[in-house]
Design a protein around this ligand. Structure first.
Ligand code: BG6
Length: 278
């Protein structure tokens, strides 16, 4: 079942229920903020204090960072681009079978986006809600000049406790440590004892998020960079829409085209950034 819902303050989202899973996607940002498989605990983390407020990104779920990841050289522009706070068009939903629903959302340049980023584009997000979650973010350059994008499916995963988390699949991968701006090499699994903010490069295989309650498998496509982030205590206190202990129950593993993995699209060129989460 696909239902278009509206909160009292006008915040709109699409709710999906099928026999394999349930999901909720806000029209603002085409922001998936809930996904749960039947009989299981939610895969995505959502801040208990997240505002569902127009113009503010939801803290949790899968914010879409686009057309840039992180800071822009022009510091007056928003971190992680503008796609996550724009109102997207819900193109439609397809109930493929009893266990599979596909939703499509679209964003194109308009008078607001052109003030922030001077290009014409078509951005489409396809979300397949089934016993796996599949996200495909397709960028088409509809301009007559090339543009460069960096981007991320900035997925917040719900974990039993951050001290019990191991991220596997990034052993021997180089990474940029965004806390020191040094290039490092990963040795073994990633575990968490302090703030972690890293951009892994040359990533090709599956990533496994393991904690006490389960293992989650992440397979990216159109991407060779992965961002791993947990704000730990001090940064959480400075963050919007996060309770002081919120860092304990979340970790972000972001399917990205970031830093050296940014992409240049010529006119009419298409790039699809994808993730399958199982
Ligand atoms: C991560 C970055 O992707 O996003 C972090 O690596 C950043 O540095 C985090 O703090 C959250 O960003 P925001 O803009 O959603 O608060």
């Amino acid at each position: 079942m696909i239902t278009h819902k509206r909160l009292a303050d006008g915040f709109e989202y699409i709710e999906v229920k099928n026999s394999a899973a349930e999901a909720k996607v806000a029209l603002q940002g085409a922001h998936l903020f809930h996904y749960v498989k039947a009989g299981e605990e939610p895969i995505l983390w959502l801040s208990e204090t997240s505002d569902f407020e127009l113009g503010k990104a939801i803290r949790g779920g899968v914010p879409l960072c686009w057309p840039w990841f992180g800071f822009n050289e022009d510091k007056s522009l928003p971190q992680h681009g503008f796609a996550r706070v724009m109102m997207w068009e819900f193109v439609g939903g397809d109930e493929v079978d009893a266990r599979t629903t596909v939703l499509t959302f679209r964003l194109t340049n308009d008078e607001k986006t052109v003030q922030i980023w001077h290009y014409k584009f078509l951005l489409e997000l396809k979300i397949t809600i089934s016993d796996k979650l599949t996200l495909e973010l397709k960028t088409t350059n509809t301009d007559d000049k090339s543009f460069k994008i960096s981007q991320a499916l900035h997925t917040y995963f719900s974990v039993s406790h951050i001290s019990e988390v191991a991220i596997k699949g990034l052993d021997k991968k180089p990474y940029l440590d965004a806390l020191t701006w040094k290039n490092e090499l990963q040795e073994g699994d990633i575990s968490f004892h302090q703030e972690v903010d890293r951009v892994y490069q040359n990533v090709d295989g599956e990533i496994v998020l393991s904690d006490k309650k389960r293992e989650i498998y992440i397979k990216n496509s159109g991407s060779s960079s992965v961002v791993v982030w947990n704000p730990w205590i001090e940064k959480t206190l400075r963050m919007s829409a996060m309770k002081p202990n919120a860092y304990e129950s979340m970790v972000c593993i972001e399917s990205a085209n970031a830093f050296d993995d940014a992409r240049v699209l010529k006119p009419h060129e298409v790039h699809v950034l994808g993730a399958v989460i199982d």
